[in-house]
Design a protein around this ligand. Sequence first.
Ligand code: NAP
Ligand code: 8YV
Length: 327
Amino acid sequence: MSCSHRRIGGRPTVLMVDQMEPVVAERCAERYDLIKAWDVDREAVLQARGHDVSALLASGATAVDGRLLDRLPNLQIITCGGVGFDYVDLRSATERGVVVTNTPGVLDDEVADTAIGLLLMTVRELSAAERWVREGHWASDGPYRLSPTTLASRTLGVVGLGRIGLAIAHRAEGFGLRISYHNRRRRGDVPERYAYYDTLVGLAAAVDTLMVVLPGGAGTYHAVNAHVLGALGREGVVINVGRGSVVDTDALVASLRSGSIAAAGLDVVEGEPLVPPELLDCPTAVVLPHVASGSVATRRAIGQLVLDNLESWFTSGTAVTPVRQVQ
Ligand code: NAP
Ligand code: 8YV
């Protein structure tokens, strides 16, 4: 995608609202007039420098909404560090002619590896077993209990068979799992053995394990609800590496408490970083602090694509990985 860019002259001013890998700020400061706007009085920054800013760097900690964009009248581009950009009001950006970019592809393997790790931690209770050792129970109370669930012979329902979902499916097949999926549209470029379900509840009824890899936002809000969890059934395991908002946490906690599903493993949580105590109280829940892409190497790759988007935009007026914007 190519968009007209409006170079104002001199070194472009870049406003970084969220912290990323340190190298991103270092490289930015070499080429641009960089304003770091975390842990500061942001209002004062916007007041003093808002008119200067032509690029905004964000990675999810700050809501990039119309109110913020109104303070940045000369903004040309929002570069998101990460695939998900549900914290950006795309319509407001589009209305203002602001291009939005994300970082697809560079984190698929890391996130897929973590998803499989989380699935194993959940069905085999590995983190609980490890706590058992650390808390001294092994020596005093004997072996950790046998896990009531196992990975073998599961059918994995991938909810959102996109780039990451497909990388997870490839790995899961290596563990002998059968793959089904739900997207809004059936994919023509995946193996025919991947069964497609045009509804999420239909998928849930057909599998025993849901792997949620959906983007956040209004279209997916609480897509995994009581109805879906009920369809999944007592052997059911839910893994979420997409966005916390996709899973109705109250319904999930109720299902875990009643045993109407077996377990849940979450890398992302609604309202994170605050995690509801009721969820943490569920012994069959595993919760990770949104670490799926969190290796130095992968976060650097994300940062590099952010820098590439900026560079390309300011030299040619073309973004490398723009997101499709709403009309
Ligand atoms: P992607 O390639 O765009 O895949 C998204 C998939 O979701 C597509 O197959 C899409 O298919 C499906 N989808 C979208 N909206 C849907 C809806 N309303 N109902 C059903 N299916 C829907 O994206 P990706 O690169 O795989 O990333 C997916 C998401 O993972 C990101 O948006 C982000 O939120 C999350 N993520 C999390 C982490 C982490 O650290 N935990 C890291 C990276 C990404 P259709 O268009 O056919 O519906
Ligand atoms: C990180 C993510 O949270 O790409 C996404 O959508 O959720 C993760 O990779 C993001 O990169 C923030 O640093």
